[in-house]
Design a protein around this ligand. Structure first.
Ligand code: ATP
Ligand code: MG
Length: 567
């Protein structure tokens, strides 16, 4: 596992914060935030941001706020908000700090709407913002292209009185969506087109999930975000690379707040929030945009946000992934300035590494065929099997064994291939932890399918090893027919067959779905698994890692092995 001083952990964000701490810019406390929009469930990409935002705060003994960025009224809900909280906690993080509504460390951007509106009014009074009624198309046309200066809106040099009146009328519902907007007056000639008098408030006659119809004007992200950060006393605001070109605007808003005397002071130091950007986490063979994930949920391509094939945190939880493995994965990818793609096989590798150490071993037979021990006469016995060969403290368990057992169909061949050391007529194998068994033949149905295997056991080998020390190569997993319990297994594979499902645009991604991403089969498990509870993870010794989803239903987390090795 990664130690703290490894290359990936001394990344540029950490160095940036270190320097600010040394320069006394934080007023003694590093404050970060994770700002999800409650319009969906968080996915592995968000988990990366969670690890960075909470991780940096932890490293510097500071605090990380959880702020719902709920400035966009449509599509937001409490269901999403509650699940975002649950998922962050599950990943192992807890928000801290003052909070804005009774819960420590928890903020809603919408609770700052009054202040945002007041800041906008003050910009108007100072001649730094104006109301504009160009249509969307006109606005784009006036703004122009980076190589050439844009043209000023006819409203650009109107006086504050008029603008204040219109801004109030906008708020009071006098106008339709899009009829007017508020723009910051910055620089129509800037090579950065985000600087060309960006829209900072727009009209939207849509009810907000918390505030109802209180507002019909809503702040734009570029205006709202720096205000939220500044008012909360955030020192280091980290986001993904696409916001890099917005940074001058972020700073512009913070400067205006400074002029208006609104920046908080901590231990005598004025806290001036700053933004830095890092590359997003991209995973191959999946899509991550919440909009597309929602589409898959709505079109029932998957069975909810927490479908174990989804790249969501809740989906990964139901798949049996561990929080530790997800954090390790985010760590290994590191924090970078360069966009790249990660292979889901690395994530699986992290999961396997952890589960190999911690998961209890159990026996399950996923594709059963019956074996009859013809010379067995006495009562059932109990085989003693280790719970985890890598961890002696995990102890052992007793598993019943009798005259009839289930084994996996793949462990038998009527006519064995070369190097097939498992069960075959005339061949001896070990029934794991029980005894040596010699196959004598099999019974087939009309179609030629093997329905029953027969053979004899060597009583002196009880415990699993031949008394005379003769060599037995194959070891077979089994479940006793008399006491084994029927179970359902859900075998998952990747959801998309294409490395980049968006290669033909977001309209066509569903055509790359893997038709076999879920196979449901039934088989048998050893009796102890009848008591398994949802969320418990196991290694089924032959078939892979599984997590209990409901009584006697097991989701496959991943296979036991993979050729993948991290670089
Ligand atoms: P999506 O496009 O998937 O809907 P989003 O960026 O709109 O995601 P937000 O809820 O706004 O979702 O994101 C919250 C935080 O998570 C932001 O700081 C954002 O930069 C970060 N984030 C989102 N996706 C990723 C990703 N793939 N990798 C790293 N950080 C991400
Ligand atoms: Mg967003």
């Amino acid at each position: 596992m990664m130690n703290e001083e490894s290359d990936t952990s001394r990344h540029f964000l950490r160095q940036w914060i270190e320097k600010d701490v040394a320069d006394g810019k934080t007023g003694g406390k590093v404050v970060t935030r994770f700002p999800p929009e409650p319009n969906g469930y968080i996915h592995i990409g968000h988990a990366k941001a969670v690890c960075v935002d909470f991780g940096m705060a932890e490293l510097f003994g500071g605090e990380c706020h959880l702020r719902l960025d709920d400035t966009n009224p449509a599509k937001e809900s409490d269901e999403y908000a509650e699940n975002i909280k649950k998922d962050i906690n599950w990943l192992g993080f807890q928000w801290s700090g003052e909070g804005d509504a009774g819960e420590k460390g928890f903020y809603n951007a919408s609770n700052m709407f009054d202040q945002m509106y007041a800041i906008a009014e003050e910009l108007i009074r100072r001649g730094q913002a104006y109301c504009c009624n160009l249509t969307q198309d006109e606005w784009k046309e006036y703004r122009g292209v980076p190589e050439k200066p844009g043209r000023p809106s006819p409203s650009r040099d109107t006086d504050p009185e008029r603008n204040l009146r219109i801004f109030h009328e906008m708020r009071d519902g006098k106008y339709a969506d899009g009829e007017w907007c508020l723009r910051a007056k910055i620089d129509m000639a800037s090579p950065n087109i985000h600087f060309r008098d960006p829209v900072i408030y727009r009209i939207r006659h849509v009810a907000h999930y918390h505030l109802g119809d209180k507002w019909c004007v809503y702040p734009m992200y570029d205006f709202a975000h720096p205000i939220e950060d500044a008012l909360e006393g955030v020192t280091h605001s980290m986001c993904t690379l696409e916001f890099e070109v917005h940074r001058p605007l972020y700073d512009w808003v913070v400067d205006r707040m400074d002029e208006q005397g609104l920046l908080p002071v901590r231990n005598g130091v004025k806290i001036r929030t700053q933004q830095r950007e890092f590359a997003r986490l991209n995973l191959t063979y999946t899509v991550m945009s919440k909009r597309l994930l929602l589409q898959m949920v709505q079109e029932k391509v998957v069975d909810g946000w927490d479908d174990p094939r989804m790249p969501t945190v809740c989906g990964m939880r139901r798949r049996g992934y561990t929080p530790g493995a997800i954090r390790e994965f985010c760590d290994r990818i590191g924090v970078s300035k360069v966009e790249s793609e990660s292979d889901p096989a690395l994530l699986e590798w992290c999961v396997r590494e952890e589960l190999n150490q911690t998961a209890m071993r159990r026996i399950a037979v996923v594709d059963p065929v019956k074996v009859v021990v013809d010379n067995w006469s006495g009562p059932a016995r109990e085989a003693e099997l280790p719970n985890n060969p890598l961890d002696e403290k995990a102890g052992t368990r007793k598993v019943p064994f009798g005259r009839e057992v289930w084994i996996d169909r793949a462990d038998f061949m009527e006519v064995p291939e070369k190097k097939f050391f498992r069960m075959a007529p005339g061949q001896e194998v070990r029934l794991r932890g029980a005894c040596i068994f010699k196959c004598t033949g099999c019974v087939k149905d009309e179609s030629g399918k093997v329905v029953e295997i027969h053979g004899t056991w060597d009583e002196a080998s009880w415990g699993g090893n031949p008394a005379d020390g003769r060599k037995v190569k194959g070891t077979i997993h089994w479940v006793d027919c008399a006491t084994g319990v029927k179970a359902e297994f859900r075998l998952y594979d990747r959801l998309f067959l294409e490395r980049d499902p968006l290669k033909e645009g977001s309209e066509n991604f569903l055509k790359f779905l893997n038709p076999d991403s879920l196979r449901v089969v039934s088989g048998y498990v050893e009796p102890a698994l009848a008591e398994a509870r949802a969320g418990e993870r196991f290694q089924f010794e032959r078939t892979g890692y599984f997590v209990c989803d409901a009584p006697l239903v097991f989701n496959r987390t991943c296979s036991l092995k993979d050729s993948y090795r991290p670089a």
